[in-house]
Ligand binder design. Structure first.
Ligand code: RM4
Ligand code: MN
Ligand code: MN
Length: 423
């Protein structure tokens, strides 16, 4: 859509100010020579289910112009990517995004410069045409026929993913229990692992399986894959293509997520991320909007841990957003999230790691804190903007989105009352 020629004018107007800021940071801060190229390589996948307005059980307030089908979702992500050149992938949720014409969908995505990141299965809802219910769980269910149906669904998701060129499956289970006594924890665990083994057996050789954990909701007493330990022990039983996926909103309050990330990476079992932010639970708010320091500390561990293993920052883990926007324009929110993630990554790349190691070895706690906070307090926006500029994106994607009146155009094209699939 309509970004091309306007982007040039937008950047021309802002170039002098940007160059002033970029020159300033280069004169003030020791910037690793490969920082800009690392930022340029770093692409963040957009979830297909976050392109419409999210709701809560109390209601949903659409902003209009929401994508009505998969093609329009791809167009929306293409738009984001045209603005920031950093959202070059889309993560699909099946059956919400099922298609009967994968070749056409793949070609459309390619026109927008988009790849398909992890495909997500859905055994937390019952579909209209579904034989058996997931009310009491899916892969953990006491009835083998329900488990079989859920396994089969995951295998179908893999097959759809293969046709689109995806390379990973994310399994998030709502399985658990709402009341003490309802579930035999041990048996639920064992049944889940057995079901996962069947899904794992259907994975192509170059695919990964991500097992996402979540502390609670929709089950409120126990969740069968409730924390990183449970996911980690399960993926270890599956094999080398299985990994744990960390969704930042899926922990109990005050969990030290950066430590979890460091240890999963050390064990070679961190698969990827669902970025978002939260104040209380699985709030799915804009990345970096509530706890930006935590986001930075997570990236600090990621950079440290990936470098220790010689991993490729951009390619060796799955970088995805998982968000829901109740009051913001979804596309504006996603632009903000991508930028926040890039900033945390840039700040982590600025950490003076040898000075930090020295300070740690000398038990100089004050120096350790100073080193991290110096990086965190650096205004890296000009670095992120420079990477975007070199890629052909907008100096200020959010401003350009507004200058172009994109939401109004979408409303005119799609209507004010459209509703995208999702929660
Ligand atoms: C869950 C979880 C999953 C997502 C669903 C829609 O809370 O975060 O990743 O697929 O929501
Ligand atoms: Mn998630
Ligand atoms: Mn979630």
């Amino acid at each position: 859509m309509f970004v091309g020629e306007k982007l040039h004018d937008h950047n021309a107007l802002r170039l002098a100010a940007h160059e002033r800021r970029y020159t300033f940071i280069k004169s003030e801060v020791a910037i690793p020579s490969d920082l800009i190229s690392k930022l340029k390589d770093f692409q963040i996948a957009i979830p297909s289910w976050a392109l419409g307005t999210g709701g809560t059980r109390f209601g949903r307030f659409s902003g209009g112009g929401e994508p009505r089908n998969l093609e329009e979702k791809i167009a929306d992500v293409g738009l984001l990517h045209a603005l920031n050149q950093s959202s070059g992938a889309i993560s699909l949720h099946i059956p919400w995004d099922s298609t009967t014409n994968p070749a056409a969908v793949k070609a459309l995505a390619a026109q927008h410069g988009l790849a398909f990141d992890a495909v997500n299965s859905n055994t937390f809802q019952d579909q209209a045409n579904q034989a058996l219910s997931y009310k009491y769980g899916s892969l953990q269910h006491v009835d083998a026929a329900v488990r079989k149906q859920a396994v089969q669904h995951n295998i179908e998701v893999i097959q759809q993913g293969i046709e689109l060129g995806s390379k990973s499956l994310t399994v998030w289970l709502s399985d658990g229990s709402c009341f003490p006594g309802q579930l035999n924890f041990r048996k639920a665990y064992e049944r889940t692992v057995d079901s996962l083994k069947e899904i794992y057996a259907a994975l192509p050789g170059d695919w990964k399986l991500f097992l996402e954990y979540k502390a609670y909701e929709p089950n409120f007493y126990s969740t069968t894959v409730g924390d990183w330990g449970q996911s980690y022990s399960m993926v270890n039983k599956l094999g080398e293509k299985a990994f744990t996926l960390v969704d930042l909103g899926h922990h109990l309050p005050n969990a030290n997520i950066e430590q979890i990330v460091a240890l999963l990476l050390m064990e070679g079992k961190l698969g990827g991320f669902h970025f978002n932010d939260s104040k209380y639970g699985d709030d799915d708010l804009t990345a970096g909007s509530i706890k930006p320091y935590q986001l930075f500390l997570i990236f600090n561990e990621l950079v440290d841990g990936m470098d220790a293993k010689g991993m490729n920052h951009a390619k060796d883990l799955g970088w995805m957003i998982d968000a829901s926007h109740n009051v913001k324009d979804p596309l504006e929110d996603l632009l903000q999230s991508v930028e926040a993630i890039q900033m945390a990554y840039a700040q982590a790349l600025l950490v003076d790691r040898s000075a930090l190691e020295t300070a740690r070895n000398e038990n100089d706690v004050v120096a350790c804190q100073e080193i991290l906070q110096t990086a965190f307090r650096t205004d890296v926006r000009a670095l992120v903007a420079q990477a975007r500029l070199e890629l052909g994106g907008a100096l200020d994607p959010l401003a350009l989105f507004r200058e172009l009146g994109i939401r109004n155009q979408l409303i005119q094209k799609r209507g004010a009352k459209t509703q995208a699939t999702g929660l």
